[in-house]
Ligand binder design. Structure first.
Ligand SMILES: *Cc1c(COP(=O)(O)O)cnc(C)c1O
Length: 423
């Protein structure tokens, strides 16, 4: 039985609901489609014992190469990376202090963050920072921070500053990373960048960051893991956290091996070809949606500079009879569940991400949107629709409410939707 058939079989055997993910690399939807090479590397090493520090040493070499960093290590995920990097900034390489966290008595334990960066990525950055015992010092307002505020906040108790690069943060009014790093460096304060979902693996260190964090399971298509890259002494202090709080956040051999494979693959990928493929998929989707009354579409560049353009749907609810968020929820309650992207504070629009769907799935997405918006019964039923089942944890372990849209869905699918090839 092929890998692809096994995937479909697993969905059927375990009664899992088929998903079309047009939202991008969301951890809550299973992050990404693991690539064949990254899966093979994990399967291969699972049959062997290995000295983990040696495996992590090799990971450090590969991370250094691909990220232009002095060193690197692999942890459970990027969220873990935030807590571990903060812990490292507090304890350095002192094992006694590492084992004593979250007690930070006598240590610098303040982490500075711009208020507009203190976001929720479906986990609160604030909590990841506080987990190892740090105190947060916010500067500025949610939409504005200045260099003077940063300089004034740096003090005797500052352990590090965290800079978040994400579509979830304020996109204007924040201090740029180069300036942020320069000001921190002048006071000897390390800068940690959360770039979990970013595409460029070199840019943030080049802008002056001391440590940068990436998810191995987002653009990189690896197994679930987090990558920490940067200054050697700080990366070492990160890895040594495995003797402390990092023990609860460690990556197993399969994750480290798959991350090595994912990075090696990444450095050989034809990124222009991927961008072109995504662009043509997005362009085709846009042209299929252009004649719906009340919906305006355009292609929109990624707000943080990743090379992907998404289809923006601006929805005039006075014409369509349904606003953007109820429409998003309705699509996610169908079969297959279709997830669109919606993260910003704009209540009037949604995005379709071309990077996490096949051409065929993209057609299902646009068919379904067209169908729903042309079906008054579906729109009427959507008024009080609840959170998408994939975002609703409150009923667990029972199933969340899953409304079956009474609209004669044109592409009701079975688990066979999942039978797709790995990229
Ligand atoms: C996805 C994301 C995270 C968490 O990444 P995981 O690897 O899933 O823990 C953290 N920060 C930002 C900005 C993210 O987008």
């Amino acid at each position: 039985m092929s890998q692809v058939e096994r995937m479909g079989g697993f969905f059927a055997e375990n009664r899992l609901h088929p998903v079309i993910n047009a939202a991008g690399n969301m951890t809550v939807l299973g992050a990404s489609l693991a690539n064949e090479e990254t899966v093979a590397a994990a399967v291969d090493i699972l049959g062997y014992f290995v000295e983990m520090p040696e495996l992590q040493r090799r990971a450090s070499e590969v991370i250094s190469e691909v990220c232009s960093a002095e060193a690197g290590c692999v942890t459970a995920c990027a969220a873990a990376g935030i807590s571990i990097a903060v812990a490292a900034a507090i304890t350095g390489g002192d094992i006694a202090q590492i084992e004593n966290l979250p007690d930070t008595t006598g240590l610098k334990n303040q982490i500075i963050i711009q208020r507009g960066h203190n976001c929720h990525f479906s986990g609160a950055i604030d909590q990841m920072i506080r987990l190892p015992g740090a105190d947060i010092v916010e500067i500025g307002a949610i939409n504005r921070a200045t260099a003077d505020q940063l300089a004034a906040a740096l003090g005797l108790h500052t352990a590090a500053a965290l800079y978040v690069v994400s579509h979830q943060t304020a996109q204007t009014g924040m201090i740029g990373l180069a300036e942020f790093s320069r000001i921190c460096k002048a006071s000897g304060v390390p800068v940690i960048v959360d770039a979990a979902a970013e595409y460029n693996l070199k840019y943030f260190l080049a802008q002056g960051a001391d440590l940068v964090l990436y998810s191995a399971h987002k653009y990189l298509c690896g197994l679930t893991a987090g990558i920490i890259a940067g200054r050697k002494d700080l990366v070492r202090a990160c890895y040594l956290q495995e003797q402390g709080i990092g023990r609860a956040m460690k990556a197993g051999k399969e994750s480290v091996a798959s991350t090595i494979a994912a990075l090696e693959r990444w450095s050989q990928l034809d990124h222009d070809a991927i961008e072109a493929r995504n662009l043509s998929r997005a362009t085709a989707a846009r042209s299929r949606l252009k004649d719906i009354d009340g919906v305006t579409t355009w292609l929109e560049a990624d707000p943080t500079g990743s090379p992907v353009s998404r289809v923006r749907l601006r929805i005039d609810a006075s014409v369509t009879g349904i606003a953007a968020e109820p429409l998003r929820r309705l699509l996610a309650h169908g079969t297959p569940a279709i997830y669109l992207r919606k993260h910003d504070t704009d209540p009037c629009s949604l995005l379709i991400d071309p990077g996490t769907v096949t051409d065929q799935e993209m057609k299902q997405v646009t068919n379904r949107i067209t169908h729903v918006l042309n079906t008054p019964a579906a729109i009427a039923a959507a008024k009080d629709i609840q959170l998408p089942p994939g975002e609703n944890l409150t009923h667990w372990p029972g199933p969340p409410p899953r409304m079956t849209p009474a609209d004669g869905d044109p592409n009701v699918a079975t688990a066979s939707t999942q039978e797709r090839s790995l990229k």
